[in-house]
Design a protein around this ligand. Structure first.
Ligand SMILES: Cc1cc2nc3c(=O)[nH]c(=O)nc-3n(C[C@H](O)[C@H](O)[C@H](O)COP(=O)(O)O)c2cc1C
Length: 217
């Protein structure tokens, strides 16, 4: 009887181990598939400049915004504010004179990535002192990361978009700032029309071995 119980418990342990190993293998497979999907979205991203004009569901917009603000930022200050524009009747005034207007008009939504160029926090040397507001010298870097995160998410959702420059071109920034009544410390950095792609678009192959340097130039 004792022997039987012993063999039964050994068999059960073996089964449990097999199941847990199987689970781990599945996890490894899932991790690999997730990595492939993430890298694929990066490699397949391309500028898309023509859209069907269909509106984009709110759930997709929500996913895009969440991906954008997951970006890294210097000292984690997260300088971004994103204005979502869907009412085309506002575009003539908001984007007055912008040569990308045709894309904005075709898009399902237009996203204006704005930056708070200041940072408010206690002085570094005295964390207990009251917060002070100072210029943030690296807001542009943070905004680039935020915009690129957004574009990769656009690709992952099989939508199309193009990064259009706003900052530092005053002829593009000023109408946006005026129309949205942006506070003085808020700069419109990039404008991204998003829509369902009209036609075929292919990513460019940008790999150039001569741009890669190991350990020395
Ligand atoms: C900072 C920046 C500003 C850009 N401004 C514009 C623009 O105003 N209009 C436009 O059609 N594309 C614009 N682009 C898109 C580039 O032309 C495009 O990324 C480049 O040609 C590479 O093509 P790809 O995005 O398909 O890889 C801009 C891209 C960046 C990063």
């Amino acid at each position: 009887m004792k022997k039987k119980l012993f063999y039964l418990s050994v068999a059960l342990m073996g089964l449990a181990m097999a199941v847990s190993c199987c689970g781990k293998q599945e996890e490894v497979k899932d991790d690999a598939a997730n990595a492939d999907a993430a890298i694929d979205a990066i490699m397949q991203r391309k500028s898309v400049r023509a859209y069907t004009g269909d509106t984009i569901p709110c759930e997709m917009i929500d996913k895009l915004l969440r991906a954008a603000v997951a970006a890294p930022s210097g000292m984690d200050v997260r300088p971004w504010h994103i204005v979502v524009m869907t009412d085309k009747s506002q575009y003539e005034e908001c984007f007055a004179g912008n040569f990308n207007m045709d894309k904005f008009m075709q898009a399902g939504a237009v996203f204006i990535f704005c930056a708070d160029t200041t940072v408010t926090r206690p002085p570094r040397e005295n964390p207990d002192a009251p917060a002070v507001t100072t210029p943030n010298p690296i807001w542009r870097d943070d905004m680039g990361a935020c915009t690129e995160n957004f574009l990769v998410a656009v690709e992952a959702l099989k939508l199309g978009a193009v990064w259009t420059a706003c900052y530092p071109f005053h002829d593009r920034m000023d109408p946006v700032a005026k129309y949205l009544q942006l506070p003085g410390n808020i700069v419109p950095y990039s404008i991204v029309p998003v829509g369902y792609p009209a036609g075929e678009n292919q990513p460019k192959d940008k790999w150039d071995e001569s741009r890669i340097h190991y350990n020395k130039w």
